[in-house]
Design a protein around this ligand. Structure first.
Ligand SMILES: [Zn+2]
Length: 300
């Protein structure tokens, strides 16, 4: 006695499941197409890491290049490193130190010794006097400036990583003034139509020079200069940048009294929406070449 077809496939009735099967296959094809599209649509990630006192910004054009701009202070360098490791970052292509103040370059001793760095850059500030009297300056020279992969940045230098461009707007030459903040590297990040202006500790003097030089300042996002101190973000500068979002990297209850209430008022009057690392924690921007972007914060 042979087995009937029904006995061999007791639970299968092809005519009954065919529509369902087609629907599942179509869904899988759609998911595959969506994920392929996701992999090819460029997204820029900008992460303003909450480093307490200081600054550290990670920038990534996924699959192409990444940048770390400043490294926090000697205490928070570990936090910068752990944040990058948690993000799955195993190498920094371009490590840029905007100026050699400790709240910006202090974390380099941790980050650059535990993560491979392809290239180092800074503003070429004259450290000759300091490296004889201050150990930190001497160690910085040893680790960063004596590296064969170190270069000085100045106005006009461009990093091209399509569609990402990073352009140095300031300074035109190293040690252009005696004030280290004024000499900070000012960087414009462009990603298609999206723009983000990074001011490091640049101040009113820098802002005046940039305005005088008719530098291209308009940006969706402004990382406010000098932690929102009273010598940053003049009304004229804010109106030239015309930011939708202003970000201040600052330590809560810091001894300097940053950010300054008058600076905050000017930002408020510019109608930019303000985010602060002391309140929102680490702030992440995801931007698209059409100029659209989304802001994510560690805390509401
Ligand atoms: Zn600073």
């Amino acid at each position: 006695m042979g087995l009937s077809r029904h006995h061999i496939f007791p639970f299968v009735n092809l005519s009954g499941i065919l529509p369902g099967l087609i629907s599942i296959l179509l869904s899988l094809a759609f998911l595959l197409l969506t994920s392929l599209q996701g992999n090819t649509t460029p997204i820029l990630t900008l992460t303003f890491i909450d480093v307490g006192e200081g600054d550290a910004i990670y920038l990534e054009n996924p699959g192409h290049c990444n940048f770390l701009i400043d490294t926090g202070n000697p205490k928070s360098g570990v936090k910068v490193l752990s944040t990058l490791v948690q993000m799955g970052i195993s190498r920094i292509d371009h490590l840029i130190l905007t100026h050699p103040h400790l709240d910006h370059m202090g974390g380099v001793f941790t980050v650059a010794q535990l993560l491979p760095v392809s290239r180092f850059y800074d503003n070429g500030e004259d450290l000759s006097l300091h490296s004889k009297t201050h150990d930190m300056a001497r160690w910085y020279q040893d680790l960063v400036r004596k590296s064969p992969r170190y270069s000085v940045l100045k106005t006009g230098h461009r990093f091209e990583c399509p569609p990402l461009t990073l352009e140095v707007l300031w300074p035109p030459r190293p040690s252009i003034t005696k004030d280290w903040n004024t000499n900070s590297l000012v960087l414009m990040v462009s990603f298609g139509a999206f723009r983000c202006l990074l001011m490091a500790d640049a101040n009113l003097t820098t802002e005046r020079e940039l305005l005088k030089a008719s530098a291209p300042l308009k940006a969706h996002i402004l990382r406010v200069g000098h932690h929102g101190a009273r010598d940053a973000a003049s009304q004229a500068f804010l109106s030239a940048v015309s930011p939708e979002i202003a970000i201040i990297s600052v330590d809560g209850g810091n001894i300097h009294g940053y950010p300054d209430p008058k600076t905050l008022r000017r930002i408020q009057e510019s109608h930019a929406r303000l985010f602060r690392t002391d309140r929102q924690g680490t702030i992440t921007i995801q931007a698209h070449p059409d100029g659209t972007y989304r802001v994510f914060t560690e805390r509401p």
